[in-house]
Unconditional design. Sequence first.
Length: 159
Amino acid sequence: MTRFSGLIVFFLFFHSSVFLISCGKASNDVIPDVYVDFTIDLLDPEFVNLTVINVSDTVDAATNSWGYRSAGFSNNGIIIFSGPDNYYAYDRTCPYDFSETGSAVKIKIKDNIYAVCPVCGTKYSLSTYGTPISGPGKFTLKNYKTSFDGERFIRVWNQ
């Protein structure tokens, strides 16, 4: 009976540990979560450029009357990037400035493949998951989930 009790305790401890670890927030995701859920139609003239590889565009609360669903953190908006195999979506809030000062600084697009913070100067690569490539930033841009139906619709969401 003691051996059986030990196995039960081990089983419960192991599964509760896995549950707690898997439910935790990523330690490198400094931008708080906000609700994001919208769908882009690539046939919409506003987004037709996203059919080309290595092109980016932005959306915000005013885009197609999507409101808060596409506003991103602090209404800074969201960057959509067309990679060679997938679409990527990033919050336009600089994680460095937010982690250092609590400021929600809106980053800008440069040359379609980079995002640059106008305050701290960190340059992020949109083709490598929003990784900082120069400047003081050490956190990646906040990533949102994307799916592409293979024809014309890109869904962006986080919950």
